[in-house]
Design a protein around this ligand. Structure first.
Ligand code: AMP
Ligand code: MG
Length: 397
């Protein structure tokens, strides 16, 4: 059995980034740049301009009564030059008139038929100098994470209209089990709704990938082989769920072994001990346990970092906090547990509560949880008053 670290290292060992593609800037929300450092082609802002609606003046003329000599608005191609003893009405974003060095905001000036009375002003006040944000030639470093609205705005302000991003990793999803019926259809005796296909597809999208959901697979080796070959043909990575354990109807692992290579199939983790990892035709294949909580938690631990590695990102992109626990939440002593908890602020720190039943079939506590509390191997329960690391999978409310 692999430890969580050994299993993750094995899964990430041969991860290769997807090829790149060029996209218009307005279509790349959440996409990942190939180059996170860009060279600025021009100054931002490209010219000195006013940060307020007011009057452009010479600081040397203030305080005083100045003659109003024209007006300049945002978008004006040229600003009137400013003569000594005069002021020019200026709008936010308008270019500074030559000769003016200062802006007096409207609310500080008093306008009359005789002109504009301005108070004393500090030279440069309310002027955004050329290149305040960025100088032409600057190396602009953006965070190595999916593009945020702010990073997109930085690129746009630099005049970049198209960017080179990683293609979203395509992830084929194959849920297996004779008992499964697609949600929306009706159940016959002995059947349950497939909770995994749509959920794993959502987890793929959240990680930055693109899911391809294949039809539900019966517990039949030939059918599973057909679906696995299909997934491998259309995707960069195949994620199956169910059928990786030791039951006589568990065929996913044996199919991987037969038509590809199986690296390992058990991890010391709770939930999720049976997890098969291997490769077919050079593409990674992961068989997750079928229990929906196990499938989603092991996706979080092992597939999310793989999808991110294929995007050129490191880690899982999740914040972590230390949280105190006041209850004894039981767990399997032999495995590291990722308990479903609600993390809340508590003074300077955080406190975590069990989000509900911790069985790997109990989905609602997972949906209610905003954290996975990491409780190490070798203990059979959390220690009341003890502090544990929690991976935040949702917002703190
Ligand atoms: P397995 O991993 O195939 O042994 O399945 C373990 C448990 O998870 C069984 O109770 C299955 O019925 C259940 N299960 C497997 N796949 C799904 C699924 N897609 N949706 C909901 N439950 C599932
Ligand atoms: Mg099954």
């Amino acid at each position: 059995m692999r430890s969580v670290e050994e299993a993750l290292a094995g899964i990430l060992a041969n991860a290769t980034p997807t090829p790149s593609e060029w996209l218009p800037l307005d279509s790349c929300a959440g996409r990942v740049l190939v180059h996170h450092v860009v060279t600025a082609a021009s100054d931002v802002p490209p010219f000195a301009n006013s940060s307020m609606d007011g009057f452009a003046v010479r600081a040397a003329d203030a305080p005083g009564m100045l003659k109003l000599a024209g007006e300049v608005a945002a978008g004006s191609r040229e600003a009137p030059a400013l003569a000594a003893g005069t002021a020019v009405r200026i709008m936010t974003g308008a270019p500074m008139p030559a000769g003016a060095d200062t802006v007096v905001p409207l609310e500080e000036a008093k306008e009359s038929e005789r002109g504009v009375r301005v108070p004393a002003a500090e030279a440069g006040a309310y002027v955004r100098p050329v290149g305040l944000d960025t100088r032409a030639g600057d190396q602009v470093e953006l965070p190595v994470e999916p593009l945020t609205p702010a990073s997109i705005a930085v690129l746009a302000s630099l005049g970049i209209g198209e960017v080179e991003v990683r293609r979203r990793p395509r992830v084929a999803i194959v849920s297996t089990g004779d008992e499964l019926v697609a949600p929306g259809e009706s159940l016959e005796p002995g059947q349950i709704f497939d909770a995994n296909s749509a959920a794993l597809a959502a987890a793929v999208a959240e990680a930055g990938g693109e899911a391809v959901i294949l039809p539900l697979g019966p517990d039949d080796p030939a059918a599973i082989e057909g679906l696995v070959r299909w997934g491998i043909a259309v995707a960069d990575l195949l994620v199956a769920s169910g059928g990786v354990s030791v039951g006589s109807r568990d065929h996913v692992r044996t199919v991987i072994e037969r038509i590809g290579t199986l690296d390992f199939w058990r991890i010391q983790v709770q939930p999720g001990k049976p997890l098969a990892f291997g490769a077919i035709d050079g593409r990674p294949v992961i068989g997750l346990p079928g229990n929906p909580v196990s499938a989603l938690v092991t996706f979080e631990l092992f597939v999310r970092p793989l999808v991110r590695a294929m995007l050129g990102l490191s880690g899982d992109g999740r914040p972590r906090v230390q949280a105190r626990v006041d209850e004894a939440i039981p767990k399997d002593e032999g495995r590291r547990a990722y308990l479903r908890v609600v993390v809340q602020r508590d003074g300077e720190g955080y406190v975590a509560f069990s989000a509900g039943g911790q069985a790997s079939s109990q989905l609602r506590p997972l949906a209610a949880a905003n954290g996975l509390l990491i409780v190490p191997e070798g203990v059979a329960a959390t220690e009341p008053g003890g502090t544990y690391e929690a991976v935040l999978i949702g917002a703190i409310r």
